[in-house]
Design a protein around this ligand. Structure first.
Ligand SMILES: *Cc1c(COP(=O)(O)O)cnc(C)c1O
Length: 365
């Protein structure tokens, strides 16, 4: 049996008529940019996160960069985040002109170690940027207390965490702004790029509206320097269809994760631990293996695609050498990176495929 890591075509086949109808309707609508579909999607999406406002943008990276800019973060400011994330988290901080301060992670949840934050604060620190990695939530109550104590803004990187709960509440609504990506493989994926900022603050929402569209206060009149970063109308139409089954998709992810968790008991593979008080949406199912190469090879031999998220922590990448970190700067991050392996988990995996992966996992001693 061949198990892919992800498939968007299965989803298309399963909902073909709904998608094609939505696309046709979109192409017949009067406005092709920032029209009715984007507006409706923003409203539905924000409500699903328990937030009042949603501002659709061109990507998750842009969502983060514009969120930081909306909060007034610019050159000379510092933003605290982790090196154990996708590059765009850090790229977005740079796009806003700020400097990332990278802190270490917890060895079992793989998330920002909150105990290291205070040591990373300087007079320039303006914001915390927690990443809900692989769908596992950062303990937001504690993080918000730290932010309040030190008067810091909070931007949540929820790119991998649509459907994630912390203390019963969806992530994205804890901080000032929550940022999501609709990259095709994400929990709610478009058929191309897209992203959104959610917030409960009307002024921030208005500022984000201006920033994503040339800084326009009204047509053709810029109030401030903006960019062109809009959620595409066609992608919004597709996302509106996907919203109908996004909750059951997350449930299916959680169901498969539970089966994998049980299968791993008694093996040498250790799954990412879900944060106490949290409910993961399992964007990725990541395990730690004592011998990652060996485990990966065994699974590959049985036709199971595995990946590593991520092979190199950001502070050790050439592009970010200038930040001045070295091997040993973030010891937990570096240790975890040597052992992590991502196992296929997506909602359209069949029961037979899940069982096949399960028995392959159990044979890894
Ligand atoms: C995907 C991702 C992003 C960026 O999203 P894009 O839509 O690809 O720009 C940011 N942060 C994390 C953690 C991601 O996984």
């Amino acid at each position: 049996m061949q198990i892919p890591f992800f498939s968007h075509t299965r989803e298309f086949e399963a909902h073909r008529e709904e998608f094609l109808t939505a696309i046709e309707e979109c192409l017949r609508s009067p406005t092709l940019v920032l029209g009715e579909h984007v507006r409706r999607f923003e409203e539905q999406f924000a409500a699903s996160c328990g937030c009042r406002y949603g501002v659709g943008v061109a990507s998750g990276t842009d969502a983060l960069a514009l969120a930081l800019r909306a909060l007034g973060i610019s050159a000379g400011d510092e933003v605290v985040t982790v090196a154990n994330t996708a590059v765009p988290t850090v790229a977005a901080i740079r796009m806003a002109g700020a400097l990332p301060r990278l802190v270490d992670i917890d060895p079992v949840t793989f998330l920002m170690d909150l105990a290291t934050i205070e040591g990373a604060l300087t007079r320039q620190t303006k914001a915390l940027l927690p990443v809900h990695l692989f769908g596992n939530p950062v303990p937001m109550t504690e993080l918000m207390e730290l932010a309040e104590k030190h008067h810091l803004a909070v931007v949540e990187d929820c790119a991998q965490a649509y459907g994630t709960l912390y203390e019963g509440k969806p992530v994205g609504g804890f901080g000032d702004i929550g940022c999501f990506s609709f990259y095709p493989t994400k929990n709610l994926g478009a058929w191309g790029d897209g992203g959104i900022c959610v917030t409960n603050d009307k002024e921030l929402a208005e500022k984000l509206h201006r920033l994503r569209s040339y800084g326009y206060r009204e047509p053709h009149i810029a109030e401030e320097e903006g960019v062109n970063s809009r959620l595409d109308e066609l992608q919004a139409a597709i996302l509106l269809v996907k919203m109908r089954f996004s909750a059951s998709d997350v449930q299916r992810r959680q169901e498969i994760a539970k089966i994998y968790d049980q299968a791993l008991q008694g093996t040498s593979l250790l799954p990412q631990k879900v944060t106490v008080g949290g409910k993961s949406s399992y964007h990725l199912y990541v395990v730690q293996a004592p011998d990652r190469e060996h485990a990966g090879k065994l699974l590959e031999q049985q036709g199971i695609t595995t990946l590593v998220h991520y092979p190199l922590p950001i502070h050790l990448m050439k592009a970010y050498e200038f930040l001045g970190y070295k091997t040993g700067s973030l010891p937990v991050t570096e240790e975890v990176m040597r052992h992590i392996l991502s196992i296929p988990l997506f909602p359209t995996l069949t029961d037979e495929e899940v069982e096949y992966v399960t028995s392959a996992l159990q044979n890894i001693s």
